[in-house]
Design a protein around this ligand. Sequence first.
Ligand code: GCU
Length: 326
Amino acid sequence: MRHFKLLLGLVIVLLYGGCQSDSRIKVIKMGHAQVTAHPVHNAMVYLAERLEEKSKGRIKVKVYPNQQLGTERELLELLQIGSLGMTKVSAASLEAFSPEISVLGLPFLFRDDQHIDRVLNGEIGTELLLSSEKFWLRGLCFYDAGKRSFYSKTKPIETPADLTGLKIRVQESKMAINMIRGMGGSPTPVAYGELYTALQQGIVDAAENNPPSFYNSRHYEVCKFYSIDEHTAIPDVVLVSTVVWDDLTAEEQQWLQEAADESAVYQAKLWKESVEESMREVEKAGVQISYPSKEPFLNQVQSVYDQVKKEQPQLAGLIERIQNTR
Ligand code: GCU
């Protein structure tokens, strides 16, 4: 079924391209992997409304949720060739396309929410959004994706030792693979849309994500232990294909940027509400929530930092700048 949907999605984008236009109206297609109840979907719909209003109906954004047009990696590839206009992915999925942005996947990188805000909404954030432009992917804004914590089918993850012998689903990201290895688990990359079945069938024993994604994906139906260790705070990124961007007039580019920025403000508000609701709902559904000490997890991840600095020494300065942001 998923393959059929994917094929159908690809036929749609290949037939019509990333941006259709007659002489008056431009339609930009935007694909993403989340369900429609998720706050990021509603923020994208808001972006579309704001852009339609600013352009007086001349630019429309049509949002395709649920991995209908492909996994996050596939969506980025479609953007690169201009077959799809826009997407929203996790910064972890951008790792293969923008080495700079991969640093946001480092475990325990940020001290607190204010630190995240100063980095993402400051000079470094702007640099990171534009770092993938040379690969035909222009970042427009970040969306809050909270903090990621472990959930498992069999037992709470109270210390890194609890990960031993468990197959942990990770995003398609080398950083995530190294982090789970560092903590002692067995990392298994699985695309987000296939994770419910992978958990159900025992292909993986556990996964990790923020509360709205744990709840809206219904993974809590299978995983009854949620351990809030908050090992990473990887944001989402809204991107436009440079093929589509370059085809817009300067005025249209400004409208799109403004609509994206306004949607980020709206998303931040939706996000806070959704985190609270999600925690309440999973608890109601019988999930056992625990708050393990972060220290033992933090002590296991120095190897991830060492590996990045060894393999990509050019990122050491950026990591330091992020750590020194006050
Ligand atoms: C988060 C993120 C998604 C991503 C997902 C994942 O929910 O917002 O973009 O797909 O994590 O774990 O794959």
